[in-house]
Design a protein around this ligand. Sequence first.
Ligand SMILES: [Zn+2]
Ligand SMILES: [Zn+2]
Length: 333
Amino acid sequence: MSKLKSEIPGIKKKTTLQEEARMRAVEHINNNYTNHIQIYTDGAKNHNGSAAAMWCRHHNYAESKKLRDATSIFQAELNGIEMAVQHTDDHSPGSKFVIITDSQAAIVALRNLQRGRVIPIPLIRTYESLEARWTSGMDIKLQWCPSHVQVDGNERADRASVLAARVQIIDQHSYMDYKDFYDQIRLKTWEAWKQEYWSMEEGPGGWMRRLKMDINERAWFSEARDLNVKTITRINRILIGHCNNRKFLHSMRVVSDPFCNLCGVAQVQDVLHFFLDCAFTADVLKEHMEEEMAKTYEHYNEEAVMEYLGEGLKDLKRLTRLLEVMEAMDIPI
Ligand SMILES: [Zn+2]
Ligand SMILES: [Zn+2]
């Protein structure tokens, strides 16, 4: 498939210096496509939306269209290529063409299509426009060229697509791939979930919500690379308020009552009991927290504990030290 070239000798996408990349690209295009009509294409995706464009050197003619907002950059690039393919019909029969795109991904995707296989939906239109012309004997090649290195044709196509995204109205005939909606769906679902989460007063996650922590899609421990799994699990149990204490064991019918066996008071042994009421542990934990926070608690209560745990999420070492103190007293976690 020598019609689809995703490389230029001597240019590595990330490492080659801009000026060198520009020179090599221009030289490569001049040397290899002297008798070809050059059509540059580009896709844009930014806060103004998505757009595609092409620029024909022979006609000094640019064409662009604004695409639907959710269109991916990949799809926008393909749209640009397809516009270029369509434009070849405006030239006299027998002309040779090179379509120059800065999307290696698009060229590689087109090249990886195998005869007899089902064409992936995002590629269907572009591939079919190309294939139809190849079959009729037209000479159309695709060549990758680096972006943002001041290759004039690439710059023109780039400007045209950026402008189209800003000033045009969305082309109602433009199509997009259903997968381009995945990001939006994920965001919307996440927002809806967050709203529901914070609107619930009680129920599952009630304890966790009181930590007033920012909920992120990534769990707090995704940043904690230096913690082992056991430590993460134990910290998580404290944060969630589900420890292996008597309250839990009782609910599992392992013990006959939920009361604390450390202080011997007939009070339910849950996580807060250890922090606030347990004669065996509360003073030690309060002292530890005061030391860490460098303050004395005027009102040492549930709020204070929650605040402490919530703050701990911003400073994980604090949570591991708390865990150590709790473990030293054999507090069941
Ligand atoms: Zn032209
Ligand atoms: Zn107790």
